[in-house]
Design a protein around this ligand. Structure first.
Ligand code: PS7
Ligand code: MN
Ligand code: MN
Ligand code: MN
Ligand code: MN
Ligand code: MN
Length: 359
């Protein structure tokens, strides 16, 4: 059931939904089914951040100009009529930035407290992305330590979680206690972003970008390029296991966070991406295909996960348990992370057992 009423929509509102559909595969439908109070604020929040990410991802844009745009995007979002140069950016989502004036027009109508949250997160994310884009050039195109890796994930996903949680609490659709447990919110973002970074390793390599931290991969190969050579496949598998283990540590906190959501439409909105993420982690785990192609869970699995994630916390816990068990089963005793992965999967199952004891 869509919460929208297209007969009452202004042309710029229609335009926003057009760019939402154009730029998002997974978020578009769940956003449009959100509680009417948050539907437009979250849609605009998404479009503003998608605009930022389009600039961040454009590897043909001059670095000085990229830094400038990322650091000033929070000002652009307030300027009537601002649009991106017709010649750029060179990214699939460029249309959104070419017609950004429509998003700006709708942002003006958002309730003050919601608007302030969107603006605050845009300022912080833009500056964080700029720091990393500039640093990458001086740092063999990538992230150094695990702490740097987690800070990057904070800027591009933890902050999204912070903004969304503030919107949920402001609109009284989530337990205000979530605001004093920002570590749970952070885990929600870290879990999604780390899974994205593991899965996209080959795509990012082709773009000459690297988000896997050197602190981890240097234990397996001497040069980042070696990770993609056929003769190093077993080393690459062990490295990816360490990356999966690092992501998996957020899973139980994600379930804990979701227990704090009061509204069904908000629950669906936060649960669907998390279920897709744990299924994707299972898919990438010990899967050599990540080093030469772009892999995705099947349409059928995505469809089933949608249904299983739009009921209640118990059904989402069932999804997490199923995939934790599959990851555990896939483990190879010869993998150096065999024991740690087994322990982490066990911890997720135990956590679920404390919320929903069997019999
Ligand atoms: C405002 C719904 C629910 C507490 C565009 C949803 C890139 C994984 O890395 O382009 O460029 O390949 O595939 C979404 C926490 C953010 C984190 C973030 C905004 C969940 C711009 C999603 C989405 C917090 C920064 C995938 C983080 O994009 O990635 C709204 C709670 C955007 C959420 C980026 C990544 C999203 C992502 P990449 P993608
Ligand atoms: Mn992107
Ligand atoms: Mn990006
Ligand atoms: Mn326009
Ligand atoms: Mn990615
Ligand atoms: Mn991507």
């Amino acid at each position: 059931v869509h919460k929208r009423d297209p007969s009452k929509e202004t042309p710029t509102e229609k335009s926003c939904f057009h760019y939402l559909n154009l730029t998002s595969r997974s978020f578009s439908s769940v956003i449009q089914e959100l509680n009417p109070e948050l539907l437009m604020p979250v849609c605009l929040f998404y479009l503003v951040l998608r605009g930022l990410d389009t600039i961040e991802d454009d590897m043909t844009l001059d670095l000085k100009l990229k830094e400038e745009h990322l650091r000033h995007f929070d000002e652009y979002m307030e300027q009537d009529g601002w649009t991106f140069d017709k010649n750029g950016p060179n990214e699939k989502d460029r249309e959104l930035l070419v017609h950004f004036d429509d998003i700006i027009a709708e942002l003006k109508k958002v309730k003050r407290p919601y608007y302030e949250i969107i603006k605050d997160i845009t300022t912080k994310m833009g500056n964080g992305m700029a720091d990393y884009a500039v640093n990458a050039e001086h740092n063999a195109n990538g992230v150094d330590t695990i702490a740097d890796y987690e800070l990057y994930c904070h800027y591009v996903a933890g902050l999204v979680g912070e903004g969304l949680t503030r919107l949920f609490v402001e609109s009284k659709l989530a337990n205000p206690q979530l605001l004093v447990r920002m570590d749970l919110t952070e885990s929600m973002g870290q879990f999604l972003q780390k899974t994205n970074i593991i899965r996209d390793v080959h795509e990012d390599f082709l773009d000459k970008r690297r988000f896997w931290p050197k602190e981890i991969w240097s234990k397996y190969v001497d040069e980042w390029d070696d990770m993609f050579k056929l003769e190093n496949r077993e080393k690459a598998m062990q490295c990816s296991s360490e990356m999966v283990l690092n992501a998996l540590k957020h899973a139980d906190e994600c379930l804990f966070y979701m227990a704090g959501i009061r509204d069904q439409s908000v629950f669906n909105f936060v649960a669907i991406p998390q279920s897709m993420a744990i299924a994707t982690l299972e898919l990438v785990y010990r899967n050599p295909a990540i080093f030469d192609s772009h892999i995705k869970i099947t349409k059928g699995d995505a469809c089933r996960l949608m249904m299983e994630s739009t009921q209640n916390l118990r059904t989402v816990c069932d999804v997490f348990r199923t995939y934790a068990r599959r990851i555990h089963k896939k483990s190879d005793p010869r993998d150096p992370h065999f024991l740690a992965i087994s322990a982490q999967c066990g911890k997720i199952e135990q956590f679920i057992e404390t919320i929903f004891p069997t019999q």
